[in-house]
Design a protein. Structure first.
Length: 347
């Protein structure tokens, strides 16, 4: 959804069409969406993305119409506790501050920024999007910082680039008399699916739908092909599962899903996976099968602490049986793990 939103921002700018962007810039307590959640409202009132749905979204859409007319960016706080005029019907019990800004489709500099932003997001490049918070109706200003330190736009005088690129979560940055919202955009978490069977076919549909970069790996050419996996970002034909990681680079944003065609292959891949820095490792199988493989891992020298990294049996417990149900169960656990990673404090 977020990639679609950035694509639409670039498309509108390329056509010279203005639009309104609503962004969650503060969250307190229990709220429906996290920091950085966005909703784009076109000139005709249609929208892309969501900042929480329900009455909150209806109120923000009304505010967006005002911003569309007067071109004056605003920030407004909405509560969820029934104590103020902006209360929604939600029972979340927190509050959010939302920035609603008008983006001028006739501004060539802004169009360049938005197209550069979309290109970075589409190609899974990490960037930081800096927006000056509005005051007294002043139009927001924007800056795009690339991972190599290059800029699209101008860095406010005295604002440290080093501080910006250390940010891992959306934050407000105050500098002199101005406040900025800094949004690190690193959309690409990569899921490596080891095994190209029916469960993998189902799983790929869901991982792509929730914006995981999706790789499928198998040692059978008649299984790991575009006819079976038209939606996968990349297909990797292995020589053997005994060298399952020779063609990939795994880091803390990597999710490893082990769903091969047999006990022995799962065991081979798991032993290699445990030697990586992957942020998530999951393996499909019955509790008995997983226990037997864990026993073999201990015989190979892995510790109980090592094995605590492994989600096995993989997936959220929903009594799943069919490949489609298993795919939903697995991707639900991946979404949960990704959300927890994103909420870890910067360090």
């Amino acid at each position: 959804m977020m990639k679609q939103l950035y694509q639409e921002m670039a498309n509108l700018a390329a056509r010279g069409e203005s639009f309104v962007l609503a962004t969650v810039i503060t969250c307190i307590g229990s709220v429906p969406r996290s920091l950085g959640a966005k909703m784009l409202v076109r000139g005709d009132g249609t929208s892309v993305g969501t900042i929480g749905g329900g009455n909150l979204e209806a109120q923000v859409e009304q505010l967006a119409r005002q911003v569309q007319q007067n071109h004056q960016a605003v920030t407004q706080t909405f509560g969820f506790n029934g104590k103020d005029a902006t209360t929604t019907e939600s029972i979340c019990g927190g509050q959010v501050e939302i920035m609603v800004e008008w983006l001028d489709g006739s501004d060539a500099t802004l169009a360049e920024l938005l197209m550069s932003l979309n290109a970075a997001v589409a190609n899974n490049h990490k960037v930081w999007w800096l927006t000056s918070l509005p005051h007294d109706g002043v139009v927001s200003k924007h800056l795009l910082i690339h991972q190599d330190g290059t800029l699209t736009g101008s860095l406010p005088a005295g604002l440290s680039l080093e501080v910006i690129i250390k940010a891992r979560q959306p934050i407000k940055v105050t500098h002199e008399q101005s406040t900025y919202f800094l949004d690190p955009l690193d959309i690409a978490f990569t899921v490596y699916i080891f095994g190209a069977g029916h469960v993998s076919q189902s799983l790929v549909q869901f991982t792509r739908a929730v914006e995981f970069l999706t790789m499928v790996l198998d040692d059978r050419a008649d299984f790991v092909n575009r006819e079976r996996f038209p939606e996968a970002d990349q297909l990797i034909l292995l020589d053997a599962f005994s060298d399952a990681f020779g063609q990939v680079e795994v880091d803390s944003r990597s999710f490893l899903v082990i769903v091969t065609r047999g006990h022995l292959f799962d065991q081979m891949v798991l032993a290699q996976a445990l030697r990586t820095s992957a942020g998530y490792i999951g393996m499909m199988g019955s509790r008995r099968k997983c226990a037997l493989i864990f026993d073999e891992m201990r015989r190979q020298g892995f510790t109980d602490e090592d094995l605590q990294r492994v989600h096995a049996p993989i997936g959220v417990s929903i009594e799943a049986e069919t490949p489609e149900e298993l795919g939903i169960s697995i991707v639900a656990e991946l979404i949960q793990a990704r959300a927890r990673m994103c909420k870890k404090p910067s360090g």
